[in-house]
Design a protein around this ligand. Structure first.
Ligand code: NOJ
Length: 551
């Protein structure tokens, strides 16, 4: 870390980097492919770091790149201390990290503590031993119900569909998996599970990572006795499901002990290392408990992601989010898309704008691409002007739409298979990025291979098409991020301004933000136009579905 540009700030002070950081999510499979196998990799990411530095983000969150059989895009980890050969080597990671730090970019890695892969050495050992063995205690094995134990121990359903219990071939006992059957849940009451994960944290902290995104942070501890639950959660997809996480497997008090301990580990290190919780809990007061002073620093604000294209709804969610996080002294985050949701550019183009279907295929409602993009550009100016920390999902800065016509034969999301296609799944937001409009695979890699096919429309969105074009989405993001930094909007204070129906208006750091969610133009207040999501011809009107920052 000797070459790093990263300034050390006083821990927890008002300006600590994660309080206002713009954090860019890289989904490694789909970002940039260096070796030509059609799957993105760490050297590919390293080669594109200058692009991210130029974009103007502060940090990068990398989805998992660890050893994994890849049954759930790497969220099924078989070795937490190694890089999967698909993505490179530990040396590639170290090189990428050093280069990121040299460019002033922080790196956050994903931690997947709720479950391992069935290929993990612990699970292999568990199924190789008899019921009751010590090795089985690290997971949640139970005898079945019924005369011969042929029925699952309780009625819990997997988030990806089907039963949450499976038996290894020839095994008499069942093991719990809240996700795919290849992802057995760990037993977090086991001391060795706790100590090993602390060791995993140290492994990556020692290498120099700046933080962790904690997967399924609300799921580690299950209620005593694993009681039956009539509810059904669809944690990562579906609007209704996201708010029904009050079952005995979610948000149990005991998870907070784990994060308090992890916080102590992080605090032993310099450079303000951080954690961000992926916790689909409700109401927001429950989420705030994950970011109390001695726990994590951030939690994803999924309420914001779930907000429809509606001015009042935006005002409400922003007001509520700021108030609830202020109560615990934490910053708010703002997130519109990630690798688990239909891209917001496409969601804003649906007949219910902002609705969150469980994936989109050719048989489903096709979003209005132009309208969705127009709204997404306006939403970017809303999001990036808010105080707190903002997340950008790779390709969002290009205005990339969801792949909405991906054929079933290409799909890889376990949710698609476990629901027999009833849930379309998340592949459509994970399609490899277009870098060059005229190159094979749109410049994703050196060859023609891409692990998911790209739609032809991606040519229009390629980086090289947008660079230098003042009207492009990429240049809009660059301009907004530059101004956000100059005016220190992330550390600013939001003051609502009066506005007509359908309009969101506020001031922050001397910037007056106006977002028109209406389908008709509205009068524009006076002021110098700093950046706008559409060209402003008349100077007096803000067109439908657009936004402006005024100075
Ligand atoms: C949440 C992750 O974001 C998602 O991609 C994954 O499938 C589940 N957790 C299980 O790890």
């Amino acid at each position: 870390m000797t070459q790093t540009n990263l300034a050390r700030s006083a821990p927890q002070d008002e300006t600590t980097w994660w309080r206002h950081a713009v954090i860019y999510q890289v989904y490694p499979r789909s970002f940039a492919d260096n070796d030509g196998d059609g799957i993105g990799d760490l050297p590919g990411i390293a080669s594109r770091l200058p692009y991210l530095a130029k974009l103007g983000v502060d940090a990068i969150w990398l989805s998992p790149f660890y050893r994994s059989p890849q049954h759930d895009g790497g969220y099924d980890v078989s070795d937490y201390r190694d890089v999967d050969p698909l993505f490179g080597t530990l040396a590639d990671f170290d090189r990428m990290l050093a280069e990121a730090h040299r460019l002033g970019l922080r790196i956050i890695v994903d931690l997947v503590p709720n479950h391992t892969s069935t290929e993990h050495a612990w699970f292999r050992e568990a199924v190789a031993t008899l019921p009751g063995s010590a090795a089985r205690q690290r997971y949640i094995f139970r005898d079945g119900k019924g005369k011969d134990g042929e029925l699952p121990p309780n009625n819990w359903q997997s988030i990806f569909g089907g039963n949450a219990w499976s038996r290894a071939p020839g095994d008499s006992q069942w093991y719990l998996h809240l996700f795919d059957r290849s992802q057995p849940d760990l037993n977090w009451d086991h001391p060795e599970v706790r100590s090993d994960f602390e060791d995993v944290l140290r492994f990556w902290l020692d290498r120099g990572v700046d933080g962790f995104r904690v997967d399924v942070a609300h799921g580690l501890i299950k209620a005593e006795g694993l009681p039956d639950w009539a509810g059904q959660t669809s944690m990562v997809e579906g609007e209704e499901g996201a708010h029904s996480n009050n079952g005995p497997m979610w948000d149990q008090e005991g998870v907070h002990d784990v994060y308090r301990r992890w916080r102590q580990v992080l605090d032993e290190y310099d450079n303000d290392r951080m954690m961000v919780a992926e916790a689909w809990v409700h109401p927001p007061q429950r989420l705030a408990r994950y970011v109390r002073a001695d726990e994590m620093q951030q939690a994803f604000n999924f309420d914001y992601l779930l907000t429809h294209w509606d001015a009042q709804a935006f005002r409400d969610v922003v007001t509520r989010s700021l108030a609830v996080s202020a109560e615990v002294g934490a910053p708010t985050t703002w997130v519109m898309s990630n690798h688990d949701t239909v891209r917001h550019t496409s969601r804003y183009g649906l007949s219910v704008p902002g609705a969150r279907p469980k994936g989109i295929d050719a048989a489903g409602e096709q979003p209005n691409e132009a309208l969705g993009l127009r709204r997404a550009r306006a939403a970017a100016l809303l999001t990036l002007a808010l105080p707190g920390s903002a997340y950008i999902y790779q390709g969002e800065e290009l205005g990339l739409p969801e792949h909405t016509t991906l054929a079933a034969e290409h799909r890889q999301d376990p949710a698609f298979f476990r629901t027999s296609g009833e849930e379309i799944g998340r592949d459509g937001c994970r399609v490899p990025l277009p870098w060059q409009s005229a190159a094979p695979a749109f410049g994703f890699g050196p060859g023609t291979a891409t692990w998911l096919p790209q739609p032809v429309s991606f040519a229009r969105y390629a980086v090289d098409r947008q660079e230098g074009d003042a009207g492009s989405t990429l240049e809009l993001y660059r301009a907004a991020l530059r101004l956000r930094r100059q005016r220190d909007l992330g550390n600013g204070e939001l003051v609502w301004r009066d506005a007509e129906p359908g309009v969101v208006a506020f001031a922050n750091g001397g910037v007056h933000v106006v977002v028109n969610t209406n389908d008709h133009p509205v009068a524009l207040p006076g002021g110098e136009v700093l950046v706008s999501s559409v060209p402003l011809d008349s100077g007096h009107m803000l067109p439908a579905n657009s936004a402006v920052w005024l100075g």
